[in-house]
Design a binder for this molecule. Structure first.
Ligand SMILES: NC(=O)c1ccc[n+]([C@@H]2O[C@H](COP(=O)([O-])OP(=O)(O)OC[C@H]3O[C@@H](n4cnc5c(N)ncnc54)[C@H](O)[C@@H]3O)[C@@H](O)[C@H]2O)c1
Length: 467
C-alpha cells in the first residue's frame, strides 16, 4: 500500500497537528474543514505550530515553507477523491462520524484506507457504516500530535490482513512508534490511564489525602511527569468522564465506575484548563512556608531517616515531640507512621495520634528535605499498585504485548518507565504483597493481584516473560 496523498478531516486540536505530521514526512495533505471560518482557524494552528518550531530552531524557514506548501486546504470533501488514506479528526460524536464515514466511502477511491482518530468510540461500528469495512482502522494520535511519539493503530475483526501493518509502517515513516491493538474501549493508553486518574479522584473524595499531596506523591514519589489532578485538568474533566463512561459501558467493572465527584465537577462546568477551573482553580492560595514545631524526634525502623533528621539538627530524647515510625504500625498519641518513596514521605496517624503530632511530623520532614504527604493511608500504594495490576490484566487478556504496553505508556503519557519496567524495578514481590494487603483491607477486585503476577512471585521470578 502506498500512501502519497493523505486527507485529514477536521483541523482542530488534533487534526491540524496530524496534518503537520504528514506534511513533515513529505506526504501531500488535503485538509478538510466544515466551513471557511474553521478552515482559517485550522491554517492558523498549522502556521502557529510550525512557527514555534522555526523559533526554536527545529525547522528552517525553507523547510517550514515546504511543509505548508504540501498542505491543500478545502471545505469540499470531494477533494478527497484521490487520497490514499483519510484520517478523521472531527468531534467525538458517533452520529457525526458515521455520517462522515458514509460520505467518505462514497467519495474516496475503493483502495483508500479510512482511519479515525477517535479516543473512545467503536472503530468496528464506523467500519460497518461503510461498504469497505476491511479498510477502516483507528489511527489514534496523542496531543500534541507533532510532539508525541505514539500512534495506536486499531484493527477490528473485519479489518483486511495487511492494512494494520501498512498503516503501522506509515506511522514509522512519520517518525512515530506504532502499537497495533484490537478494538477495545480506550485502547492501551486511555484504558490504563483513565481508571488510575479516576481512582485518584475517589481517594480525594474519600478524604484519603488532599489534591496537592496526591499530585506530589505521584509526581515526586513515583516520578510521573504530572500528578493525576494536573493531568485531569489538562485532558479535560468532561473528556475524562466520558471515557470512563465508555470503559464502564464495555467492561461493567468496578474499576471503571466513573467517580461521582468527577461527575459533579463536570456538572458544575469545572472542566479543567479549557474552562479556567478544574481541580485547580483560578486562585490557588499559596501556603506560607511552615517551620517545624518539633525539636525532638525519635525515628523507629529506619536508620537512614534517623540520620537525615539528625543531620538536619533534630535531636532524640526520652520524651520526643513526635515518634516517626517506619515499617510496622504502632499506636500512640505522638506516633506517626512514615513511608518514604524517593523524596516523598507519606505520613499517617492512627486513631490515637494527635493532630499536633501529624503537623510536627509534616513540618520536620519538610525541613529535612522531604515532600511530606499527609494521608489516611498510602496514596502511592493504592494508586500505583492498582494501575500496575491493570497493566498485568491487560497483557494476560492477550490484548497487547508487554513491550507494546510499556512503549505506549512511555510515549503516550511520558512515563519514565513503562508499567512492567516499573514493576520490575520496584520488585514483583513487593507489588504483589502490596496488592494483597490492599485487597485484604478493601476486598476490591481492583486490588486482587493478577494471577500472572502472583504466579511469577510464587515461582521466585523477578521479571515478566518477554518474547
Ligand atoms: N484533544 C485530544 O487530546 C485528543 C487526543 C486524541 C484523540 N482525540 C480525538 O480526536 C478527535 C478530534 O478531537 P479534537 O480535540 O481535535 O477536537 P476539536 O474540537 O479541537 O476539533 C474538531 C474539528 O473538527 C471540525 N469539524 C467538525 N465537523 C466537521 C465536519 N463535518 N467536517 C470537517 N470538519 C469538521 C471542527 O470545525 C473542528 O475544527 C476526537 O475524536 C477526539 O476524541 C483528541
Amino acid at each position: 500500500m502506498v500512501f502519497e496523498t493523505v486527507g485529514v478531516v477536521g483541523l482542530g486540536t488534533m487534526g491540524a497537528g496530524i496534518a503537520e505530521v504528514f506534511a513533515r514526512a513529505g506526504i501531500r495533505v488535503v485538509g478538510v474543514e466544515a466551513d471557511q471560518e474553521a478552515l482559517d482557524r485550522g491554517l492558523g494552528h498549522l502556521e502557529a505550530s510550525t512557527g514555534r518550531a522555526l523559533e526554536k530552531g527545529r525547522l528552517s524557514a525553507g523547510e517550514r515553507e515546504e511543509i505548508l506548501s504540501r498542505v491543500t486546504l478545502t471545505t469540499s470533501r470531494d477533494d478527497l477523491r484521490d487520497a490514499d488514506l483519510v484520517v478523521e479528526a472531527i468531534p467525538e460524536v458517533m452520529e457525526y462520524k458515521v455520517a462522515l464515514f458514509t460520505d467518505l466511502d462514497r467519495i474516496c477511491k475503493p483502495s483508500a484506507v479510512l482511519a479515525t482518530n477517535t479516543s473512545s468510540l467503536q472503530v468496528t461500528a464506523l467500519a460497518a457504516a461503510t461498504g469497505r469495512p476491511g479498510r477502516v482502522v483507528g489511527m489514534h494520535f496523542f496531543n500534541p500530535a507533532p510532539v508525541m511519539g505514539l500512534v495506536e493503530v486499531v484493527g477490528t475483526v473485519v479489518t483486511e490482513p495487511g492494512v494494520v501493518t501498512s498503516v503501522s509502517d506509515l506511522a514509522v515513516r512519520l517518525g512515530k512508534t506504532p502499537v497495533a491493538v484490537g478494538d477495545r474501549a480506550g485502547f492501551v493508553v486511555n484504558r490504563l490511564l483513565l481508571p488510575y486518574l479516576n481512582h485518584a479522584v475517589t481517594l480525594l473524595d474519600h478524604g484519603v489525602a488532599a489534591r496537592d499531596d496526591i499530585d506530589n506523591a505521584m509526581r515526586l514519589g513515583v516520578g510521573l511527569p504530572m500528578g493525576p489532578f494536573s493531568l485531569l485538568d489538562l485532558i479535560g474533566l468532561d473528556t475524562s468522564y466520558e471515557i470512563m463512561g465508555v470503559l464502564f459501558e464495555e467492561s461493567r467493572s468496578e474499576r471503571h465506575v466513573p467517580s461521582p465527584l468527577l461527575r459533579s465537577y463536570v456538572a458544575a462546568g469545572w472542566l479543567g484548563r479549557k474552562s479556567g477551573r478544574g481541580f485547580y482553580g483560578e486562585s490557588a492560595a499559596e501556603s506560607t512556608p511552615e517551620k517545624a514545631a518539633a525539636s525532638t524526634v525519635r525515628v523507629e525502623g529506619s536508620q537512614e531517616l534517623a540520620a537525615t533528621l539528625a543531620a538536619a539538627g533534630f535531636k532524640d530524647s526520652a520524651e520526643p515531640d513526635v515518634v516517626l515510625r517506619v515499617g510496622e504500625a504502632a499506636l500512640g498519641e505522638r506516633v506517626v507512621q512514615v513511608r518514604v518513596t524517593g523524596k516523598v514521605a507519606e505520613l499517617s496517624g492512627s486513631v490515637l495520634t494527635s493532630r499536633q503530632a501529624v503537623l510536627c511530623a509534616r513540618d520536620l520532614l519538610r525541613v529535612a528535605g522531604y515532600t511530606p504527604v499527609p494521608c489516611r493511608r498510602s496514596v502511592i500504594d493504592a494508586l500505583l499498585y492498582a494501575h500496575l495490576n491493570d497493566a498485568v490484566h491487560m497483557y494476560s487478556s492477550g490484548y497487547a504485548s508487554i513491550a507494546d504496553i510499556d512503549a505506549a505508556m512511555r510515549l503516550g503519557c511520558g512515563y519514565p518507565q513503562g508499567p512492567f519496567e516499573l514493576m520490575e524495578s520496584i520488585g514483583l514481590a513487593k507489588v504483589r504483597d502490596g496488592l494483597r494487603a490492599l485487597y485484604a483491607e478493601h476486598l476490591s477486585p481492583s486490588f486482587a493481584p493478577a494471577p500472572l503476577l502472583d504466579q511469577l512471585v510464587t515461582a521466585g521470578l523477578d521479571a515478566f516473560p518477554r518474547a
